[in-house]
Design a protein around this ligand. Structure first.
Ligand code: ATP
Ligand code: ATP
Ligand code: MG
Ligand code: MG
Lengths: 227, 227
């Protein structure tokens, strides 16, 4: 469902060239629970951003759900992001002027097939599942770091996407909250067949993954399959 | 060196009142390596912000290095923050238009007693110690999440403060990078007698701490001393 073929990402920084990804190839099947692990700065977020169609490779091909996204125009990519992908950002990227529930509802409004009553129901359900039922009206500035992370998680899951990209989703969570979130995600993976791709430093996520992809200095250095 | 006496923090949210801290009392000696642990939303950041003089208690007293900060004016607090406290924020709070090294240098410029050559030396030293020697010229937008976190760490340590407040400083770091940072901090604690107060979900930080303060729903629920 996700094919990355010989993807490289290079940046020009003054006189120097920084290579964030070098000739990376990965293939992920529908329904996998895959984890990307590696040191800080090794290229995990860069790779997830390619898959999430919010960044463009310098070279190579990215194929999402059978569609080659390399060279597509912004409207086509926006459509793919709205209907197929759910992204939990490392920096959350919540809208500060909206409440938690309005933030979770926001991407659902863009999908015309979901009527208002169904939207409200999903928002309440996912906020509850991440333990934020009582905080629905708080705005991001009135929430703790881990609470904001959980709003970002609820927002990505509420659209029932085919592929969920989770960039260090447990980084700001205590052990128990993180455990609850991971169990929820595993359930969605088991029952709906949703594909999950994590970037993580959390040993628990790596243990739950059916595929562990190790990255270092922008290159894939190992892969373990754990069916 | 830090005394919190019957501190409460309440917010008004529309019709409801949210109690972030309730009647919290804590005393921390100079030279301690103390950790504050508790679930997401339990009040850790709120308490650290009180100690760091960037937030004001609704009731109770906060005494830092012998000085009662309750009711002080902004200039006096700014002076305390510049010379006595180092803060590693949960959301990093780097200046996006400055490079990594300029971000680390920034608080040092405010301390007149540090001449320019010494400033440059310290910035290079701490960036190197957190593994970012090669990234000194990158701006925050050109860094990974864990790299930004490490710039925030270097910035807090470079002023050689008496008290370092670290709000989940290893959240975005892989195991090895986090380990290096914690060893650096323990060394500074051993050799300079710097007081460290962490908010953390990381079991390693809790294990290294000489005092573990457990917080839940805005109240202290336990304390373990581990000399
Ligand atoms: N705009 C940019 N210009 C130059 N270099 C960049 C830019 N953006 C990212 N980089 C570099 O690309 C590399 C990979 O970054 P990336 O964010 O993918 O790392 P990561 O594996 O997600 O790290 P972390 O675990 O710390 O989040 C880093 O070394 C970073 O400094
Ligand atoms: N401005 C505000 N208005 C209302 N409630 C607030 C406000 N700021 C924080 N809170 C609430 O105060 C509580 C404590 O927040 P705090 O940020 O201290 O938690 P924390 O222990 O640091 O959590 P985490 O581990 O997730 O970072 C949270 O439940 C939060 O929703
Ligand atoms: Mg990252
Ligand atoms: Mg916090």
């Amino acid at each position: 469902i996700v094919r990355i073929e010989n993807v490289s990402k290079r940046y020009q920084l003054g006189e120097q060239e920084v290579v964030a990804l070098h000739d990376v190839s990965v293939a992920i099947e529908a329904g996998e629970f895959a984890a990307l692990a590696g040191p800080s700065g090794s290229g995990k977020t860069t790779l997830l951003n390619m898959i999430g169609c919010i960044d463009v490779a310098t070279s190579g091909r990215v194929i999402i759900d059978g569609r080659d996204v390399t060279g597509r125009n912004p409207d086509e990519l926006a459509d793919l992001r709205a209907h197929t992908l759910g992204f939990i950002f490392q920096t959350f990227n919540l809208l500060p002027v909206l409440s938690a529930e309005e933030n979770v509802e926001y991407p659902l409004i863009n999908i015309q097939s979901v009527p208002r009553a169904e939207r409200r129901k999903r928002v309440a359900y996912f906020l509850d599942m991440v333990g934020l039922g009582r905080f629905a009206k708080h705005r991001p500035g009135q929430l703790s770091g881990g609470q904001r992370q959980r709003v970002a998680i609820a927002r990505a899951l509420a659209t029932h996407p085919k592929i969920v990209l989770a960039d260090e989703p447990t980084a700001n969570l205590d052990h128990a909250s993180g455990e609850g979130i991971l169990q929820l995600m595993k359930q969605i993976n088991d029952h709906q067949g949703t594909t999950f791709i994590f970037s993580t430093h959390d040993a628990r996520v790596m243990a739950m993954a059916n595929r562990l992809i190790r990255i270092s200095d922008g290159a894939i250095v190992g892969e373990e399959v754990n069916p």
